[in-house]
Design a protein around this ligand. Structure first.
Ligand code: ACM
Length: 545
């Protein structure tokens, strides 16, 4: 009797699971499982107008070819056995531009978007309903879905300065973002350890600034040096190609050019950018340095360095020229100007800076930082671009139109939103993917502990923010700093599956989120990660904190 009871209970649970756990991540706004399934066979066709659905159809056919050896013909209409992609292009300014519906029956699959981007996201959901293994029978469960995101800004940042990743890998990374309905790639292109973007007017930025003579081994300040020259940068042509690749996947790339701090690589190339051009670079304490110690050098260890951009006319001219080229390359509305971790030591001991503070009635060096950022903002606004800065740009007064990226917890985000500035939430405690995701991490990481369940539990709208200011939170972003991320497999491992959890945080309605359901759905996603030959951390039961 007891056995029968558990058998019946087991059946009931399985039925419930079939209804509630179709393995779609992020979980859609509404999802109704239906009976039956659609099978892709030799007669199946794609119905689409090639002009408005080209990116989506190409993505789908490439996916089918890569994993199932199928390429479907594209036609204008069909009566049955079709997969149709349509976009409501008649809607001029859709209220929810990323909205789509997906209806799967035994006779057809229909994806309809309120924009081309919505149609593309319908496809990303369909991909998650395809088999997660290579199989001859591509069978897809019947379902009816309506879906749109909670936040308009869903980002991932990749630092390519500390370690460089070539365009082939950056494209693979972009594919992963697309599959998670992430729509923004924040590309951290410059820092103390390497300048990674070709600037035609200043060739030394990449001739000199893109190489360091060595890299510390072990945890900062390190146990020694690898004594190996480390170089890498993207040509403008490569960047254009990556921008197009991302645009075909409805991903905007926001470039970051760090100022006024984290400037050692630029200063190594053009020492006049420092307030003390004749002083040698000071390595961080305890660092074993490889090679020349005279003059200005690209840093070989991690951390924060006091030799920052001098707020001189030479520097502003240089930065404006650099930003001219950056603005011309990247179609994004935003340029990220950094603004974090700028020690004030050199400005304090510079007569030039002290006079500048006095002449402009600035309060102190924080006021000077605000002056610096505001000048850059004004210049970029005049070019039709808006700036994003890390939350230190609040110190000394916010530039008038700046968007704030809140990383030192939620405080900066709350403060900026209360000042009626747009905010992107990216607090270390929830979305710093360079932190360990397991208690016993056996690879070298920066420190910290950020397991999957903790990411999943994040809400980008802080409880302490006034209700009438919540709309200033545009969304959220995870950051992958790469001091200890030296190769593509480690990038994947640090991202996955935490990015999968983040996608649900940023896309799904709060009331649809459920950790137990997520854990079940992600089991299928892990199989798909295997199919895609990705590195990932498969542990689900790490303590939440
Ligand atoms: C940061 O993590 N320094 C923005």
């Amino acid at each position: 009797m007891k056995k029968l009871f558990f058998l019946l209970l087991g059946c009931a649970v399985m039925q419930l699971q079939a209804q509630t756990t179709l393995p779609v991540i992020p979980v859609p706004v509404t999802l109704q499982a239906k009976s039956g399934s659609f099978t892709i066979n030799k007669q199946t066709v794609i119905v689409a107008k090639q002009d408005t659905e080209k990116e989506t159809v190409d993505f789908f056919n490439n996916y089918l070819t890569k994993y199932f050896g199928i390429k479907l013909p594209v036609v204008k209409s069909a009566a049955k056995n079709f997969i149709s992609f349509t976009t409501n292009t008649f809607i001029q300014a859709p209220e929810k531009p990323e909205r789509y519906t997906l209806n799967i029956s035994p006779a057809s699959i229909k994806i309809n978007g309120d924009s081309r981007q919505g149609t593309f996201y319908g496809l990303q959901t369909l991909i998650q309903l395809l088999p997660a293994e290579k199989t001859a029978a591509v069978k897809i469960p019947a379902v009816s879905i309506e879906d749109y995101p909670r936040f308009g800004y869903r980002g991932i940042m990749l630092d390519v300065s500390r370690h460089f990743f070539d365009t082939a890998f950056v494209k693979r990374f972009i594919d992963l973002l697309a599959l998670h309905k992430i729509n923004t790639f924040h590309w951290h292109l410059t820092d103390d350890q390497g300048w990674r973007i070709e600037i035609k007017k200043y060739p030394r930025l990449t001739e000199v600034g893109a190489c360091r003579n060595g890299t510390i081994t072990g945890h900062h300040p390190g146990t020694g040096s690898d004594n190996t020259k480390y170089c890498g940068y993207y040509t403008q042509q490569e960047i254009k190609d990556v921008i197009q690749y991302a645009a075909d996947r409805f991903i905007t790339i926001i470039p970051e050019i760090e100022l006024p701090g984290h400037a050692s690589a630029a200063i190594a190339a053009y020492p006049q950018l420092s307030c003390f051009p004749d002083e040698p670079t000071r390595p961080a304490k305890g660092v074993v340095w490889n090679g020349d110690t005279t003059g200005k050098n690209v840093q070989q260890a991690w951390g924060v360095y006091p030799d920052v951009f001098c707020p001189s006319e030479y520097t502003f001219g240089f930065l404006q020229d650099v930003l001219d080229e950056v603005a011309a390359l990247f179609p994004s509305k935003y340029i990220h100007i950094g603004g974090d971790e700028c020690p004030k030591d050199s400005w304090k001991r510079s007569e030039f800076c002290q006079k500048l503070i006095k002449d402009n009635n600035l309060k102190d060096e924080h006021g000077l930082q605000s002056y610096f950022v505001s000048r850059i903002e004004k210049y970029l606004n005049s070019k039709g671009k808006a700036i994003i800065g890390w939350d230190e740009i609040l110190e000394g007064g916010l530039a008038p139109n700046a968007t704030v990226m809140s990383w030192r917890g939620e405080k900066g985000g709350i403060e900026a939103a209360e000042q009626k500035h747009d905010v992107i939430m990216t607090p270390t405690t929830y979305v710093y993917f360079d932190y360990a995701q397991r208690r016993n991490e056996d690879s070298l990481v920066i420190g910290g502990y950020l397991p999957l369940q903790h990411v999943y539990g994040y809400d980008p709208v802080p409880a302490a923010l006034s209700a009438d200011k919540q709309h200033y939170v545009l969304g959220g972003q995870a950051n992958l700093w790469t001091e200890y991320v030296t190769n593509p497999a480690k990038v994947q491992y640090m991202l996955l599956p935490r990015m999968t959890a983040l996608s649900e945080v940023l896309w799904s309605p709060k009331q649809n989120k459920n950790w137990d359901s997520f854990k079940q759905r992600i089991a299928t996603q892990f199989k798909r990660f295997d199919l895609w030959q990705l590195a990932y951390y498969p542990g689900l039961d790490e303590p939440a904190k």
